[in-house]
Write a protein that binds this ligand. Structure first.
Ligand SMILES: Cc1cc2nc3c(=O)[nH]c(=O)nc-3n(C[C@H](O)[C@H](O)[C@H](O)COP(=O)(O)OP(=O)(O)OC[C@H]3O[C@@H](n4cnc5c(N)ncnc54)[C@H](O)[C@@H]3O)c2cc1C
Length: 833
């Protein structure tokens, strides 16, 4: 049952009385706006919580208005060293409250002078809201339960995404070897709370410490990914929710916070699934997995999926046993400390603390039981396991509602994305725009099919700066991580390999960044985000076997090779891929390929090594089961590049679009992707995000066109006026802006729907974006060229090349008409429903 903050107040415990007069004097001096003189003063205590005594100061101001403040102090008496660090709590509250959106109460002052009220203390804002002391959320509706747990996962993700250096907490703790140091610390604490003259020591706890030390996860030594701000005691009952809105307004109890391995927080927050550590006389402390999960509370895997996707963290299966066992161990040590204090008469939680010793031992037993289990968590979230659509929609619907109420808008990039945007724009300014002319010069020379030496250097720089493979969606990154770190003992999170996995972005988040890359023809591939490589990497990630991935995906992720996608054929209408005629026939342990492909983009690039080819393995199978996709090493005998094709005279060197013949090209049978007859299935998966990337880039193309158009209009004088002063220009410019913004919103919406509903369900909006974006870009570029006069049609500006490329996108990846057909079909279906 939810309790209002005020309902948790109880009369002051005589053992914890403090010098009220001294406190009032201090508060009047140090808390801005503190009523002085205080006409009435009531000091009460919070009954919930076992550690640092927490008080409510209710002060009446001269006008009669009562104000509440919260005071938190160390417990009296002899206490364990380094525990109850209210100074650190104050520091973290201050940093988070001042610089981030993590919900925490505002802090007013810290008093380190123990002589004033017996121990150091701080005073903070009183938050009236709802606290759920019982993690089963008894008396709460199932829908609300779900929202509360998802909000908890969201808030934990927000804490973990905090850039500690940016808020002055970079020295708040050591990040490396967190688990190792924590095991040692809590073992020491346990030893000092138990033993001779103290509560009895439990041998299995000491054995557990030993086991944990032997099983410290490799990632613990890292200083990079997955380390950062750790709350240290993250539980639903340490959160204050808004009285009516089911959102977190305050995260409390930061006394154990530090920097370190954040997965420890996550596992700790999952303990209710494993154990019920409510201090009672109970004999069984079984968690949800034992008692059954209360209706509405998400499954453990749903909760974890929510956290992982919101925080962009990998699925924690590999070391889950350790993290849960460690959380139980740490919990046991804390409870042993509480119990010891109770035996000495100074536990702030009062009588409930007498059960703490029993719970401590139950936690140790539970940890051993967990360790002995064969399977504790799926290797990765199964495709079907995610927070059910309805609850996400509900949750996000509510969130969106709240966001709109806060006037932030639906499509506002997160802080993380804004930082990446800034970094990306600066990179474009510093390294890409200045090189464009150089790149063009080489691409028009007789050495056109070679790579400019600067290009690879800039790529290396982009990789180092973390602007690499940003297109990789969250779920694919988890799979790639598993692959990358599987056999490579040198590779660990935080190493350069981690940079290959992108930044854990959703399609929507990537949209804001891909748009920026689109502003230059040369940019996408510098960030390893160019077509067709991105689509091909997605195919290999989703459908490749381990061997295929090792051979081709890793070098592609590293940017060491490039790739092509060979589907279109000159002799058949390829917008309908069922027409494809290239044959892929099985002969023993090989497949033999015969056919002609054209418009295979990227195949002219000297770095291109691998083609994903679509052809027919069975001409007699049902129409959509005839096609298969197969990997073809471009150097296989029989693969002949016939010519580069030109787009309005541009050959797009050194990338190029090739016509290629395949004459008895023999490749190993293991090169087939997913299996014979699965080509359409793969195409569906490949084309959704890939098509949208084109749209995102087209928004950037149009922005570049707008910039150039405005610059020209402001500087060029015709008939005595700047072009910008001619009325016709103004209305054309305004119309361009309107169209651009419409298209941008459509593209972002499509990306958001792709994230939330998947490829198939988002196909309508994807088709709309695919038609709208190139048509809009063409209009804007056409106008920009018009404003430039003849120069706009020349190759002296980037406009003509951008226009030519944009024009291809009304055909490439499916002609407009096909997408319009999709949209119309869905529209008619809706009408029939
Ligand atoms: C620059 C560029 C790069 C490309 N890169 C690649 C690549 O890397 N790999 C690859 O495999 N292919 C690539 N393509 C090829 C592209 O995917 C095909 O051109 C496209 O799928 C259309 O096929 P098609 O050219 O055979 O046209 P067709 O199928 O012959 O269609 C011609 C026209 O028919 C009309 N039409 C078609 N279907 C319908 C319909 N349902 N309703 C009404 N009208 C219709 C449209 O006007 C369409 O433009 C590229 C093309 C270009 C221009």
């Amino acid at each position: 049952m939810a309790r209002l903050t005020s309902e948790l107040l109880r009369p002051l415990d005589a053992a914890q009385a403090i010098d009220e007069a001294a406190l009032l004097r201090y508060a009047a001096e140090h808390v801005a706006g503190f009523p002085s003189p205080a006409l009435g003063f009531v000091l009460t205590q919070f009954g919930h919580g076992q550690s640092n005594p927490t008080y409510c100061l209710e002060v009446s101001a001269p006008g009669g208005e009562a104000r509440r403040y919260v005071l938190r102090k160390k417990p009296p008496g002899v206490i364990l060293q380094s525990a109850h660090a209210v100074e650190r709590e104050f520091q973290v509250f201050k940093a988070l409250g001042t610089h981030t959106d993590v919900p925490v109460p505002k802090v007013f002052c810290l008093c380190t002078d123990a002589s004033l009220i017996g121990t150091p203390f701080y005073i903070m804002e009183y938050l009236e809201g709802l606290i759920y002391p019982d993690n089963k959320l008894t008396g709460v509706t199932p829908t609300k339960r779900r929202t509360i747990y998802l909000a908890a996962a969201e808030t934990l993700a927000a804490i973990h995404k905090v850039d500690v250096a940016a808020i002055g907490l970079q020295k708040y703790g050591r990040r490396d070897n967190y688990c190792k140091r924590q095991v040692e610390r809590w073992e020491r604490q346990y030893l000092s709370s138990t033993g001779e003259g103290k509560p009895a020591r439990y041998q299995k706890m000491l054995d557990l410490a030993y086991w944990l030390k032997e099983h410290i996860p490799d990632e613990d030594s890292s200083t990079g990914f997955g380390t950062g701000l750790v709350h240290g005691d993250y539980r639903v009952d340490n959160l204050i929710f808004h009285p009516t809105e089911d959102r977190v307004i305050g995260v409390l109890d930061w006394e154990l916070s530090t920097l370190g391995n954040q997965m420890c927080d996550v596992a700790y927050s999952c303990l209710p699934y494993i154990i019920d550590a409510t201090p009672t006389e109970s004999n069984s402390y079984g968690g949800f997995e034992y008692t059954g999960i209360p209706d509405g509370i998400p499954l453990l895997e749903e909760y974890l999926t929510a956290y992982c996707s919101l925080s962009a963290r990998p699925w924690p299966a590999a070391n889950w046993k350790f993290y849960i066992a460690f959380s139980l161990f740490r919990g046991a040590s804390i409870y042993a400390g509480v119990y010891h204090r109770w035996t000495m008469g100074n536990a702030s939680g009062g009588e409930r603390a007498r059960f703490a010793g029993k719970i401590a031992n139950a936690m140790v037993d539970c940890a051993w039981d967990f360790i002995s289990r064969e399977n504790v968590l799926r290797k990765q979230p199964a495709m079907g396991i995610h927070v059910s659509k309805a609850s996400w929609q509900e949750f996000h619907g509510e969130r969106e509602g709240l966001i709109l109420k806060n006037n932030q808008g639906k499509f506002v990039p997160s802080e993380k994305v804004m930082q990446l945007q800034k970094k990306l724009m600066k990179f474009m300014e510093d390294h890409i725009y200045p090189m464009e002319n150089e790149f063009y010069k080489l691409a028009q020379s007789t050495s056109r099919w070679t790579i400019h030496p600067e290009e690879e250097k800039i790529k290396a720089l982009a990789k180092r700066e973390g602007l690499w493979n940003l297109f990789i969606p969250l779920d694919s990154a988890a799979r790639a991580r598993e692959l990358l770190f599987e056999d490579r003992s040198h590779a660990s999170p935080g190493s350069t390999d981690e940079l290959l996995l992108g930044a854990g972005l959703t399609n929507l988040e990537y949209g804001y960044l891909c748009e920026i890359m689109g502003r230059s023809i040369w940019a996408p591939q510098i960030f390893n985000c160019g077509a067709p490589d991105t689509g091909n990497m997605e195919v290999l990630l989703r459908y490749g076997t381990k061997e295929q991935q090792k051979q081709w995906l890793i070098p592609l992720l590293e940017g060491n090779i490039r790739s092509g996608f060979a589907m279109t054929e000159p002799q058949v209408a390829s917008s309908d891929a069922t027409n494809i005629e290239c044959s892929i026939s099985r002969q023993g342990d090989s497949y033999v390929i015969n056919g002609t492909k054209w418009w295979t983009s990227g195949a002219m690039d000297p770095r291109c090594q691998i083609l994903i080819l679509m052809g027919k393995t069975d001409f007699s199978a049902p129409k959509h089961k005839q096609q298969s996709m197969i990997l073809v090493n471009i150097n296989t005998p029989g693969v002949k590049i016939r010519r580069p094709l030109l787009v309005f005279g541009f050959d797009d060197a050194p990338h190029g679009h090739a016509e290629i013949t395949f004459e008895n090209v023999c490749v190993p049978a293991t090169n087939i992707l997913l299996g014979e007859g699965r080509g359409f299935e793969i195409a569906q998966g490949r084309l959704g995000p890939g098509r949208l990337h084109h749209c995102m880039r087209l928004i950037g193309v149009a922005e570049r066109g707008m910039n150039l158009m405005v610059e020209r209009a402001l500087s060029r004088i015709t008939f005595g006026k700047r072009i910008a002063q001619h009325g016709s220009f103004l209305s054309d410019l305004a119309k361009c802006r309107i169209e651009l913004e419409q298209a941008r919103l459509l593209v972002l919406e499509a990306a958001d729907q792709l994230d939330r509903h998947g490829n198939k369900n988002a196909r309508g909006i994807l088709a709309m974006a695919k038609v709208a974006a190139p048509n809009m870009a063409l209009k804007v570029l056409d106008m920009a060229m018009q404003v430039h006069g003849a120069a706009g049609l020349s190759s002296d500006t980037v406009l003509s090349h951008l226009w030519a490329t944009s024009r291809t996108l009304r055909i490439a990846d499916g002609p407009d008409e096909v997408h319009l057909g999709t949209i119309a079909k869905l529209e008619l279906q809706r009408a029939r429903m």
